[in-house]
Ligand binder design. Structure first.
Ligand code: ATP
Length: 237
């Protein structure tokens, strides 16, 4: 239904033995918004995103994504979302086109050759579409990663550190492309980040996590005004 949230989590908790990786976290993410989950190492960002994807099961709490309960109704929504993380590697010996074909088939994308051609156009992959992934520059790999994340035209995109370790120009390009994608498709984006600057430039809203809990939740402007450099570093302890 219109007006419902893209993501709703309530009292979400994940225990690894005695570690409270995620501890009683609740939030709603509006459709068409870009939200940053900001926090330091071990804050629980990746675990939260993995639970929303249905890849990690919560110890307790509820998750709804695009009006479906996760993980019970994951089969109904998985094709409508996508995920990008530095931990998802592509086989180096396969070409960009072969890699994108694998991910496209994974998501049962219809008219896959046409979708790949479209992405090649949008993301300027044309000249290296038939080059092995291992022979690409870092900037080219970034474009391919984005193509993979968008292959199924997701309504919801989850990203783990999308611009970490990119040079400033490539990072700008990624942010711009994500904003354009959101604008043109009304898509919802949730990303994990260590970097306030990344979040400030890209997001409508920032949720700060610390030791598994939500520490703050506001617009980037208000967060920037509330925390000076020292207190923001404190958040990352
Ligand atoms: P980073 O920015 O370093 O990725 P994060 O905010 O994404 O940090 P998580 O990766 O979600 O944090 O980790 C939260 C806590 O849960 C950490 O203490 C981590 O060591 C622990 N943890 C995460 N995954 C596992 C696992 N599979 N088994 C045991 N402990 C885990």
């Amino acid at each position: 239904p219109k007006g419902s949230a893209a993501i709703e989590v309530a009292q979400l908790t994940k225990l690894y033995k005695t570690i409270r990786a995620v501890d009683d976290v609740s939030f709603r993410i509006a459709r068409g918004s870009i939200t940053g989950l900001l926090g330091g190492n071990g804050a629980g960002k990746t675990t939260t995103i993995a639970m929303i994807m249905g890849l990690v099961l919560p110890t307790s709490g509820r998750i709804r994504v695009l009006d479906c309960a996760i993980p019970e109704e994951s089969a109904r929504v998985l094709g409508r979302m996508n995920f990008e993380s530095p931990y998802v590697d592509m086989p180096m010996r396969l070409t960009v086109r072969q890699n994108l074909t694998i991910f496209g088939k994974l998501y049962a994308v219809k008219n896959l050759p046409a979708r790949i051609a479209q992405l090649a156009d949008d993301l300027d992959l044309g000249e290296f579409l038939d080059r092995p992934n291992g022979k690409l520059s870092a900037g080219q790999k970034t474009r391919v990663a984005l193509a993979k994340a968008l292959i199924n035209h997701p309504e919801l995109l989850l990203l783990d550190e999308p611009t970490a370790s990119l040079d400033p120009d490539t990072a700008d390009w990624v942010r711009q492309h994500l904003q354009d994608y959101r604008k043109e498709n009304g898509a919802t984006i949730l990303l994990a980040s260590h970097n306030m600057l990344e979040v400030e430039r890209l997001c409508d809203r920032v949720i700060i996590m610390k030791r598994g809990r939500i520490e703050d939740d506001d617009s980037p402007d208000k967060i920037m005004a509330r925390y000076n450099r020292a207190t923001l570093e404190e958040v990352f302890l």
